[in-house]
Design a protein around this ligand. Sequence first.
Ligand SMILES: Cc1cc2nc3c(=O)[nH]c(=O)nc-3n(C[C@H](O)[C@H](O)[C@H](O)COP(=O)(O)OP(=O)(O)OC[C@H]3O[C@@H](n4cnc5c(N)ncnc54)[C@H](O)[C@@H]3O)c2cc1C
Length: 320
Amino acid sequence: MPTVIRPADPRRRRIIVPVSSPLPKDVRVSFEFFPPKTAAMEQSLWGAVERLAVLHPAYVSVTYGAGGSTRERTHATVVRLRTETALEPAAHLTCIGAVREEIDAIAGRYWEAGIRHIVALRGDPPEGTEVYRPMPGGYAYASDLVAGLKQVADFEISVAAYPEVHPEAASAEADLDNLKRKIDAGATRAITQFFFDVDVFFRFLDRCRAAGITVPIVPGILPVTNFARVRQFAGQCGASIPDWMGDLFAGLDDDPETRKLVAASVAAEQCRALHAGGVDQFHFYTLNRADLTFAICHILGVRPQTVAGVTGLGLKAAAD
Ligand SMILES: Cc1cc2nc3c(=O)[nH]c(=O)nc-3n(C[C@H](O)[C@H](O)[C@H](O)COP(=O)(O)OP(=O)(O)OC[C@H]3O[C@@H](n4cnc5c(N)ncnc54)[C@H](O)[C@@H]3O)c2cc1C
């Protein structure tokens, strides 16, 4: 039976356009990596960076471990991206485990190293801590951090947003007020927590716009490789897993190859539906792996590009 199109809702009408419709031509992507702990992880990170660099992302960001645990590794990775690649790196920075002066000094070092973009977060406290308590002398919330960073230098600042509400927020309205505070303090982009139901994103976007938040709200896309782990992680961060997704991955726990194919198709469909609804920027949680993200970008019409003065891999030419 053909799908019934409700003309009163043009966005929804576009959303049901299938993946086989003409390729988007206006998509911009960004990629998130985490700092490696071991030599083997280092190798897989830089392998992923090389593979994805040719897609010419708007920027690539590097996370800051929970509890501030990766401060030096994050710094080293971001600076290496700056010095050895043609990519635009962004450093994640959190309020956890340091007083304001320390955080300002880290930010100052980033500015001196040529880093102009910070993803400013409150952060999660170290594992085992039940309730978040601001550190005396520290930045209490991300909005305070954004304001502090703007005092250090004129950084471009991105912040986190939660289509399904941050689990510690007093209410959905309070969470939206918080996002507005972060934008008013100087952030110019919000990147969302991952989600799987595109309607969840569009409802959130509508609420942001109604609240006067006009900056880009960029969907955070998590290509699912390990469904069991994602289910567990989603529970912790308040993201819901639709029933259809559980059904799709059922029986594949011991079949990573099929899981990967299913994962690519789920994420591609999610992205094409978001694009059909007007979204043209996507932030990928790569988990330091290139394959799924590369495939999904391909389906989004994002293809390898060569940039003047840069090798095919997006790494700076040796003669540089
Ligand atoms: C795109 C993205 C990237 C991330 N990267 C990292 C990372 O690199 N490292 C890491 O450790 N974590 C990271 N996180 C996770 C993030 O740190 C956690 O979700 C954290 O719990 C909240 O961070 P936030 O910046 O959203 O906090 P905030 O915006 O400060 O909000 C935190 C909570 O406090 C509430 N709140 C805010 N202000 C007040 C106030 N004045 N009074 C009372 N309540 C208030 C908010 O409603 C919310 O519930 C990331 C999340 C996203 C979406």
